[in-house]
Design a protein around this ligand. Sequence first.
Ligand code: PLP
Length: 229
Amino acid sequence: MLARWRAVNAGVRAAEQAADRPSGSVALLAVSKLHPAQAIRTLHAAGQIAFGENYVQEALDKMAELADLPLQWHLIGPLQSNKTQSVAAHFDWVHSVDRLKIAQRLSAQRPAELPPLQICLQVNIDDEDSKSGCALADLPALAEAVLALPHVRLRGLMAIPKPGNVAAHALLAKTASDLLARLPALAAQPFDTLSMGMSDDLTDAVAAGSTMVRIGTAIFGARPAPESD
Ligand SMILES: *Cc1c(COP(=O)(O)O)cnc(C)c1O
């Protein structure tokens, strides 16, 4: 696993260089869903801080087991309203906010002693059949409403393009810059994150401006099938 993690890091650096971007401008989120806490502990010892999880209860169990480590936890899977309270209390980032009700609950439930929850809005960039992600047309209104919430910081956009859709990365990047031009108040957040790029589309995503790639399989190997959350 450590050899794969090093190879993925080298791949991110190579993609930055190929895109003429500064070394270190793209963060690696290690997607640890369905992998054991011990694997996270091993990667942390090697220098990995940020971990992505999809299933709230599974993530809470791992957080409890790894409470001695200064890890940064990112929720990247779909979020139902009945889970927002534990997410607001325990995660550092949520990449999958796609409607106002969820953002409102996260803001209202974020404990006062914690820094604001860092969030990305998930955009449905190319999949009309998917229920995940805000439609492009609805994004400006959602972003404006989220900006007014006190305990979340709107850091950027996230997308999960269909495999092979290389145009999706550029579209997400353009969507983010259009949004910033339309809502100048976003710049204060700061609105600086493009969460895109997975094991198979890392290089394209970095070329298009990704600032955070979410990599699971290429680091940890194949996952067992999910249990219901
Ligand atoms: C599982 C998952 C990933 C990681 O996928 P791999 O193919 O294992 O790299 C990235 N992003 C999201 C939203 C995921 O659910």
